[in-house]
Design a protein around this ligand. Structure first.
Ligand SMILES: Cc1cc2nc3c(=O)[nH]c(=O)nc-3n(C[C@H](O)[C@H](O)[C@H](O)COP(=O)(O)OP(=O)(O)OC[C@H]3O[C@@H](n4cnc5c(N)ncnc54)[C@H](O)[C@@H]3O)c2cc1C
Length: 460
């Protein structure tokens, strides 16, 4: 840090939001993010109230030679939204979402969570694909690609981005869309935080029924091989409205599961049908005959509730270490490895899940947006999660070993939004064939690499 107290005080005076330094009340809360493994101490947290605050913070960091980090909702497992010593542009105070129902457009400020976004759009019977945990930030999710229950029908989150407002490294506010700063707009759709601070995202929306068929069907882990094989065949024929994901973990104490099943190994089929629930009921009938269910909780419920159904399992404050792979197909050998590692979970909160994407996410060409993984049918996340720091080594080792054992069955690439802090060697694979083009755009908008606390693309 090269700036002194006088400089910070002058920034504080000009700032509409809040400037927090280590001696300020609220500093420790402001530097806490979703993954408790991340314990960084920025010199300045600039909690912005609007775009002009973002300009002030970016100019201040650049002019004082400070490391700069940008925080949306602070959910990324790698903790790139914080830095040690430097300045954090904290957008968590900018959460407004406005909807133009007639035009089917929503504009979200960059600190909005998925809950903020869904609340605003679903009130109009409109939605766009976002993730499955409502406290996740719209900003980081979108900049890395973004997928959720509606992606098979409507594509990745980036495929629904219409425009963005960006504060560049020079401190200029630019509007990027398919015509204006088209190179920047392309790069933002999967290029992470490399190109500036996005202050607003404009999305295209789609009509959606308020109540949809969704829920869980749970089988014992002992039946997992057979369930997974049947799941693979089922997924290959499923229409784009239907998304079924699988989760291998210990059964949580859910009321619809018998008490003696709590804590035992299970495979969970989690499903959403984004169309007429009666048609969905017909389609999911085979899922109920994959084995002998431990329990089932499937029904028609508000989509907004389903978007928050997994929040209790994903609360902030736990220790997390993730590993992920993309798959174009699911091999029998993969199932064996999944079952072996699910049989020795190092903590009751650890899980292995496979998200089904495919469908509309595959239609754009790999070069259409910076997000390139258009062949992926499935994304697997090894979700190492625990509470006690004494378990760090054990849980991290389990995640790494499983990642390695499952690698022979994976396709190329990596999903940026699931990468852990020590996966710098996967950055090129995450940007795939688009890396060199991203490096050109980076040279134009951020030649000095001011925005480098992220999955960094070096200026060409
Ligand atoms: C519990 C949980 C569930 C998840 N589920 C899904 C899911 O279903 N689907 C999915 O696709 N992903 C999912 N993710 C991954 C998620 O997309 C990423 O963690 C994402 O980065 C979170 O966004 P954020 O704004 O909260 O993150 P942050 O940690 O705040 O930011 C992530 C990165 O983006 C940069 N950044 C953030 N905001 C801006 C901005 N305005 N301008 C420029 N750069 C910025 C940051 O600097 C950082 O490098 C999940 C994550 C968690 C923790």
């Amino acid at each position: 840090m090269t700036t002194g107290t006088t400089g910070i005080e002058s920034l504080r005076k000009r700032f509409q939001g809040k400037i927090l330094t280590p001696s300020d009340v609220g500093y420790d809360d402001a530097r806490a993010i979703w993954n408790a493994m991340v314990d960084k101490h920025p010199a300045i947290i600039a909690r912005c109230a609007g775009v002009q605050d973002v300009v002030r913070a970016v100019n201040f960091a650049r002019d004082n030679g400070l490391v700069l980090a940008v925080r949306g909702a602070g959910h990324h497992v790698a903790g790139n939204s914080l830095c040690d010593d430097g300045l954090v542009v904290d957008l968590s105070g900018m959460r407004a979402v406005t909807v133009d129902a007639g035009a089917r457009r929503a504009v979200a400020e960059a600190g909005a969570t998925l809950a903020d976004f869904d609340a605003a759009t679903l009130a109009h019977g409109l939605a766009t694909p976002v993730g499955i945990n409502s406290t996740t930030g719209i900003a980081g999710l979108t900049l890395g690609g973004g997928f959720g229950w509606l992606s098979r029908k409507y594509g990745m989150t980036v495929d629904n981005l219409e425009s963005a407002e960006v504060v560049t490294a020079k401190g200029e506010v630019v509007h990027a869309d398919a015509r204006d700063h088209a190179d920047l707009f392309w790069a933002l759709r999967g290029g992470s935080g490399n190109f500036g601070v996005v202050t607003k995202f404009e999305f295209r929306l789609h009509e959606i029924r308020p109540n949809l068929l969704s829920g869980l069907i749970v089988y014992p882990l002992a039946e997992a091989k057979s369930v997974l094989k049947q799941y693979r065949d089922f997924a290959a024929r499923a229409p784009e409205e239907l998304s079924v994901w699988t989760v291998l973990r210990q059964a949580p104490p859910l009321p619809f599961l018998p008490a003696d099943a709590h804590g035992t190994g299970v495979i969970i089929l989690a499903l959403l049908y984004a169309g007429d629930p009666a048609k969905g009921e017909e389609l999911i009938t085979p899922l109920r005959t994959f084995g002998t269910p431990v329990g089932e909780h499937v029904g028609v419920q508000p989509f907004v509730a389903w978007q928050q159904a997994f929040d209790p399992l994903l609360t902030p404050g736990a220790r997390n270490y993730w590993k992920s792979h993309n798959f174009t197909s699911l091999a029998d050998g993969l199932f064996d490895v999944m079952i072996e590692y699910a049989g020795r979970l190092p903590s009751p909160q650890c899980e292995i899940f496979i998200a089904a994407i495919g469908g509309a996410t595959k239609r754009p060409a790999p070069s259409a947006t910076a997000y390139p993984h258009r062949a992926a049918e499935f994304v697997m996340n090894v979700h190492g999660r625990w509470t006690d720091p004494a378990d760090d080594d054990r849980c991290i080792a389990w995640s790494r070993e499983y990642f390695k054992a499952s690698a022979p069955f994976a396709s190329q690439g990596a999903y940026l939004n699931f990468m852990t802090a020590d996966e710098v060697d996967r950055v090129r694979a995450a940007y795939g064939p688009n890396y060199d083009r991203l490096a050109q755009v980076k040279r134009k908008y951020d030649p000095e690499n001011l925005f480098h606390t992220n999955w960094n693309v070096k200026p060409a």
